[in-house]
Design a protein. Structure first.
Length: 365
């Protein structure tokens, strides 16, 4: 709520027309009039952690870069015709914010855009952008598995091991990368000398398409049927879901060419990112072609030579702490780099035009 209020006030100070409280804490700001209508999207939330909330995903950078782009437009530093609308979206991390803004009628606030542009920080070098036409983010489902058993006194169980503890350990061990990743595992009794009567294992499922995600969900169900003993009962619930987002091929091609023309290091990803984002919900609701890309926020000097081949293949380096890591951090040049990306993107749609069918990728996809 505080971030939303700060963003709304900053946009008003720039002279933008602002609508706050869209879908909860969402903010929509408008600069300019007429065609084309370009939408810039950023997120307002932070990553929920055991200590509260931390900016370990770069959403603060995203919002600051969009506000910087609005400031450049209002000051006349960047000249263009048409309208730029900025959507500052709440609760992206839970996959609920975009849908909430849609239910609140964001399509009534934003006329059908020419394109919706969004970028996300990544551990790439700060002078690099990475994206692709077509699927750009993964389908994702977070599954909470609750285990339950009677529990009791550890001195009265005899020579047998507690069935709940066994099932818990087997489940954690059985979830391999072909199914998903265990992100949380909690097992505990009511006292130090009491056997646990409940446990929870949280499993993150990700896939490049909906069919593959369904297969992973079914594989987890088969694992549960094998590892859970008769004396233990379990239940599952999906606590968070994301559909994969997909870039419009022609719009992505136009932006790719613009990045190259402006000297940016643009990498074409071989496949969708393993990360997820609900930005596609906004694009679909507004009827807008989407272009979503990743921009590097890491110092290149931190990367050893072995990461260069990884970068050339369009994948994130392995030696730099990634988003959601407690060690994730951005270089001092990250905000400037993110703002430059947005200004280049805005220049690619500098006047009314139709993007579909006009451009093609010059490089391999």
């Amino acid at each position: 709520m505080q971030t939303s209020a700060v963003v709304a006030e900053l946009c008003r100070d720039l002279g933008a027309t602002v609508t706050a409280g869209v879908g909860g804490h969402g903010v929509v700001a408008r600069v300019g009039t007429g065609e084309p209508v370009i939408v810039l999207r950023a997120e307002l939330d932070a990553l929920a952690t055991s200590g509260g909330a931390d900016h370990l995903c770069g959403h603060d950078l995203h919002a600051a870069a969009v506000i910087g782009a609005l400031a450049a437009l209002r000051s006349g530093e960047v000249r263009r015709t048409g309208t730029v609308r900025a959507i500052f979206q709440p609760t992206e991390e839970t996959g609920t914010g975009a849908a909430a803004m849609v239910r609140a009628g964001i399509d009534q606030l934003v006329p059908t855009p020419t394109v919706l542009l969004a970028q996300h920080s990544s551990p790439l070098p700060h002078d690099m952008v990475a994206f692709r036409p077509g699927p750009i983010t993964s389908w994702n489902e977070t599954v909470s598995v609750d285990l339950a058993a009677p529990g009791g006194h550890p001195g009265l169980i005899g020579n047998e091991r507690n069935a709940l503890s066994v099932a818990f350990c087997r489940l954690v061990d059985a979830v391999h990368p072909g199914i998903g990743q265990v992100t949380q595992a909690r097992l505990g009794g009511s006292a130090e000398n009491a056997l646990p009567n409940s446990a929870t294992v949280t499993v993150d499922l990700r896939a490049a398409d909906e069919q593959s995600l369904t297969a992973r969900r079914q594989a987890l169900g088969r694992v549960l049927d094998v590892v859970v003993a008769d004396s233990v009962v379990y239940s599952t619930a999906a606590t968070r879901t994301f559909d994969g987002a997909s870039n419009d091929p022609d719009a992505a091609a136009l932006l790719y060419r613009a990045f190259l023309e402006h000297g940016r290091s643009a990498v074409l990803m071989p496949g969708p990112s393993g990360t997820s984002d609900d930005v596609g919900v906004l694009a679909n609701a507004l009827g807008a072609p989407l272009v979503y890309w990743f921009w590097g926020v890491s110092e290149s000097s931190r990367m050893p030579p072995e990461d260069q081949a990884v970068l050339a293949a369009g994948r994130a380096p392995v030696s730099v702490p990634a988003n959601h890591s407690p060690l994730f951090s951005a270089s001092d040049r990250s905000l400037e780099s993110g703002l430059l990306n947005l200004l280049i993107a805005l220049s690619a749609w500098g006047s009314p035009r139709t993007i579909r069918g006009e451009t093609h990728f010059d490089g391999p996809v």
